[in-house]
Ligand binder design. Sequence first.
Ligand code: PRP
Length: 218
Amino acid sequence: MTDDRYLTFALGKGRLANKTLELFEEIGITCEEMKDKNSRKLIFVNEELKLRFFLAKGPDVPTYVEYGAADIGVVGRDTIVEENRNVYEVLDLGFGKCRMCVCGPASARELLQHHERIRVASKYPNIAKDYFYNKKHQTVDIIKLNGSVELGPLVELSDVIVDIVETGSTLRENGLEVLEEVCPLSARMIVNPVSMQMESERIRGLVAKLREKLEAGV
Ligand code: PRP
């Protein structure tokens, strides 16, 4: 019925998008146009399957999906939780696995035990606030940074940070460690709630195929 309509995907730029496209290829969804690394085009189309893809900055992916500018998005769970948009999270893609953690120098460990009012630097102020206020019931001052968050404790901007830890090497090389784990993370597929109804068959079919592939071990 709605086969004439393009299904639009917003993919978080970078490694996540590459991994997503590899996975899509495994289930027969290709987008040759996107493979040209020199292209400055922003939107790529698979005419045959009526699919459109675009790359966006991670934090913008849930925004495109909430407003219906994209039917489907792929982005890290960190971004989904931080942005808190009205979208459905339908699938854990399994890659991009890492952890959201409270990190700092070993000496900061005891600051987390005694409900002290400490300073917390993070690129994820909402996640940090939720963790300290709602889970730990600790009043803290949150300082928003946009990257290289590990600098916070090193230059005494903050006592600890809330940040992503993947291999742990950034922490190790800077004399910091994981003090507490906030939550596990990985790449997720999100869907616009209206699209989920209007394009139910196509989207459910796609999710089922992806799930089957992931369970079989890509
Ligand atoms: C992320 C994260 C950590 C680092 C963790 O930063 O914020 O800094 O990766 O990875 P590791 O445990 O493997 O060392 P990213 O490289 O995305 O850059 P950013 O610091 O600008 O956010």
